[in-house]
Design a protein around this ligand. Sequence first.
Ligand SMILES: [Ca+2]
Ligand SMILES: [Ca+2]
Length: 607
Amino acid sequence: MNKLSRWGLAGLAGATLGVGAAVYFGGAKPNLIGEVRADEPKTAAQTTTPAAKKGDHTMFGGTPDHNFVNLVATDISATFDKSEEDEKVSVLGKRIKWKQPLGSRAYGGPTIAGGKIFVGTNNENPRNKRDRGKPTDDDPNGPPIDKGVIMCFEEATGNFLWQFVNDKLESGQVNDWPREGICSTPTVEGNRVYFATNRCEIVCADVDGMANGNDGVTNEKHKEKTDADIIWSLDMIKDLKVFPHNMTASSPLIIGDLLLIVTANGVDENHINIPFPEAPSFLALNKNTGKVVWKSNLPGKAIMHGQWSNCSVGTIKGKPQAIFPGGDGWLYSLELETGKVLWKFDANPKDSKYELGGKGTRSDFIGSPVIHEDKVYIGTGQDPEHFEGIGHFYCIDASKQGDVSPDLVTDAAKDPPETKPNPNSAVVWHYGGEEKRPFAKRDYAYGRTMSTACIIDGVLYISELAGYLHCLDAKTGKKFWQFDTKSAIWGSPYYVDGKILLANEDGDVYFFKHEKEQTVLDEVAEGSAAGVAAEKKAGIDGKDSADAKKAGRDANDEAIKAMKDKVKAKFLLTKVEIGEAVRSTPVVANGQLYIMSEKTLFAVNPK
Ligand SMILES: [Ca+2]
Ligand SMILES: [Ca+2]
């Protein structure tokens, strides 16, 4: 995991790395929320303007419930060319339809809608010479000026159409980390694209840019054909006193006329003080005007670091809920129309502690909540600069009210605090926490995650920062198996065509076989049992305790290896080497696979 230290970024992006399919709620009744999926045809009443096609991928996670499942595409092959240098290595090869260079860090998107593709990136590979500095001996074209960028391409050809470019904040890294561009995954509805910028602004822009004229506000600085046409924007720093910590990364969610977003409000440079606890963390705007409909300053002073996750929306027992991940490690369900709290859930044990720099046991959220069949699924995580650590994953019954945490504190003055089980707990199941089984390789079962879960056929897939994919029973949380990709994962597992796609920092894109019927192939359980048995037998055979322990460790290693081989043979279809770090989620839209590395967008043919 030491590779992570390469990334100067504190905060962000798993939250913004997303994908799925298309849903339109413009003009739809709120009770449709969460009920329209990408596999169902949209009616005119559910769409606003020029319509998203059925196979489009219009927002983070594809749908407002943020379940990374594509039920539309049915023909995405896992067979790839072999590398010319090494026949054991699969490459994109002839399946590349087109590719386009981005900046040097791309985390936002891709979003595919209405024949266009939108990505968030930085300006390290400027497409406009006015975004370069004065020529130098080293760089006769002029070095790139650090800026945040949204690029728009034509879906069919990859041709560059237009871009939104803005400066970095003058306040510097505490609010806008250098060389990180726009990290928010753009959301498209009709002819409007919405995103949050590195300047903590929310922007609504015309999907056609300036090429078809200037709509909405007309005070844009640049108005050439390849410039962005801004309809409205809201400066959350100036107008709402938000203090974004390191980066504003959340992706806007459009539900009816509302735009919902997490603001990024957080600590100042000393990492202890919250300069503006009264500023909103959770925000609902009118999508047509950018005016605030409601705002909530929860969790206020309890924010531990920053807030970079996304709001998800689903209908639970007929009532829409907006689920906001808080920077205090609590999950908040708010009434969609008013922002009133319906329930709240502490996703960390009461004796956990947040510590500066990531050594602690209490985390917040980078991944987004998934709403599926009246339940909410989410894992805890931290800024990737805080590295690995203990994580928790929960399935929560979203139909309760009030404080629905697993435990209640009865005496906060004690250390650890005195607690009792919460009679109103909404925990359906919990996965992770401490790993106490003998011979286990880690002292926790599941680590911090930046990923959002994917649930299909009652099977749940969730990856963690440390590179593991976990496959669980979505109903019970029982672990089926795990797989180690051996490199940091910032994106999320994505279901399409009977397969689970997952990419990592090494630039490997994994294709796993999804199976509805799963059996337990748990290397940790198997290894632990084998180790205990071997140690016991060695004792009976008269070996001393050091030798017996060693026998146990050897048997543990052997059993783990055997189980790893079994999982690999059963589920791993292929691993494609991209050669560039991937920090986003591969997405399929309109039969085409899109893989966005940090610096290139690849359109990949289905076979
Ligand atoms: Ca326009
Ligand atoms: Ca305009």
